[in-house]
Design a protein around this ligand. Structure first.
Ligand code: FAD
Length: 405
């Protein structure tokens, strides 16, 4: 028995435990994770770790001794397969049972694989875990030509690392622009042009019919029946949230598990945080969404830790995100979905600019490329929901902080 059991040893799970101890929670805590590693940072898996610029020890969220000192019991290589909410107990794949006072579900999700023939051939690789990144790294060493499927952040970051390493990279995106789900068109076009300038062959509006190969991938067949040869196929087309045991136990949800403003699920004493938690987000007009970011996992972990120690502070943290590609450092704040204007600040040709997104004149999000000052100041505009004119927002000589009334 543990007073708090956290399922999932990732960003959200780790921070829930860290925050509980910081708030002097004295009860017993266990983190149960299905990977072999102690909690580590996932963003470097498609960036510095994949590029071989950072070794694994440097991406651990805390050193091993920290968890010992804080008396957080780590139960690794253990997959929880069922939840008994009435009995306050969970069962692992190997049959072990654990009982809990409070349960925190922090399981993230699994990479969505391609539902097409050959979609699971060796050499077709999703990117979520250290093991995925190691497999991808090893395959990339000998690969001549790599096809990346999906023009989201993970696909673009992997393409940047590989093309920098001298590999021929072809990136296939089903929609008519990269980053379509998360950014406005100006940003998409900028990143497309930059990747092309680095030799990446970006093909838009392309649908994939099958993966070719026998023992291993040899190519990607497109809907027009042409085949692109490939020794490695990296798939970055989103995740499927890992919530089946909770939903089977009766929790409300579907695409993720539904949580309230304290990250409580509909099951008594069961919380959920991070990529798997569908929540009403104030920066999305209260729409129920899942956010896939370190910020959201960490901040929801804090919300749960507070709630467990009796501090009722609803989750309303500003969403923020980053991505590194080549020498480009993208930082974003807010959620641009639903914007009705995207205002360019600065000149993309200088490789330092921002895009401010507004809705009915109100600033709802900002994407900054090599523009940290705009990012730092723009965050406050988003938080405050400042109303500003397009002319002022576009004037790069005018500091954004001057637009806060
Ligand atoms: P995770 O960190 O995924 O942790 C969940 C853990 O639970 C995993 O170890 C999983 O294996 C385990 N688990 C799942 N089911 C079970 C089960 N039944 N029993 C036991 N354990 C289970 N975000 C950013 O903000 N910036 C970035 O630049 C960025 N880059 C990224 C690059 C890559 C390659 C990836 C994969 C993600 C990136 N993200 C980035 C997203 C960010 O890493 C996630 O949003 C974050 O990890 C979510 O934390 P989490 O705790 O919800 O899930």
């Amino acid at each position: 028995h543990f007073d708090v059991i956290i399922v999932g040893a990732g960003h959200g799970g780790a921070n829930t435990a860290i925050q509980l101890r910081q708030k002097e929670f004295a009860g017993s805590i266990a983190i149960i994770g299905d990977e072999p590693e102690l909690p580590y940072e996932r963003p470097p898996l498609s960036k510095e770790y994949f590029a071989g610029e950072k070794e694994f020890a440097r991406i651990q969220i805390r050193p091993e001794q920290f968890w010992v000192d804080k008396q957080v019991t780590m139960i690794l290589n253990t997959r929880i397969t069922s939840v008994d909410p009435a009995g306050h107990a969970i069962t692992a794949a190997d049959g072990r049972n654990f009982s809990y006072g409070k349960l925190v579900w922090a399981t993230g999700g699994a990479p969505r694989m391609l539902p097409i023939p050959g979609g699971d051939l060796p050499g077709v690789q999703g990117v979520r875990t250290r093991a995925d990144a190691d497999t991808m790294k090893a395959a990339a060493e000998t690969a001549q030509q790599v096809v990346v499927i999906g023009g989201g952040y993970i696909g673009l970051e992997a393409a940047a690392v590989l093309s920098k390493a001298g590999k021929k990279v072809i990136l296939l995106e089903a929609l008519d622009r990269v980053l379509a789900r998360v950014a406005g068109e100006q940003l998409s076009r900028f990143f497309e042009a930059d990747h092309r300038a680095h030799g990446v062959d970006i093909r838009l509006g392309v649908s994939v019919a099958a993966i070719e190969g026998n023992e291993r991938v040899t190519g990607v067949r497109l809907a027009d029946d042409s085949v692109i040869p490939a020794d490695l196929v990296i798939v970055g087309i989103g995740i499927v949230p890992a919530v089946a045991p909770l939903i089977d136990a009766g929790a409300q949800g579907g695409n993720g598990v539904n949580v309230d403003e304290y990250c409580r699920t509909s099951l008594a004493d069961v919380y959920a945080v991070g990529d798997c938690a569908a929540h009403a987000n104030g920066f999305a007009d209260g729409a129920t969404i899942r956010l896939e970011s370190v910020q959201n996992a960490n901040d929801q972990g804090s919300t749960v830790a507070k709630h467990i120690v009796g501090l009722e502070e609803p989750y309303k943290a500003l969403p923020w995100f980053w991505s590194n590609q080549y020498d480009l450092k993208l930082q974003t704040a807010g959620l641009s979905t639903g914007h009705d204007a995207a205002i360019l600040r600065g000149d993309p040709a200088t490789r330092s600019f921002s895009v401010v997104y507004t809705k009915a004149g109100r600033v709802i999000a900002i994407d900054c490329v090599n523009a940290t000052k705009d990012y730092v100041q723009g965050r406050n505009l988003v938080t405050a929901g400042v109303i500003a004119s397009a002319a002022d927002l576009a004037n790069a000589e005018l500091p954004l902080k001057d637009l806060i009334p």
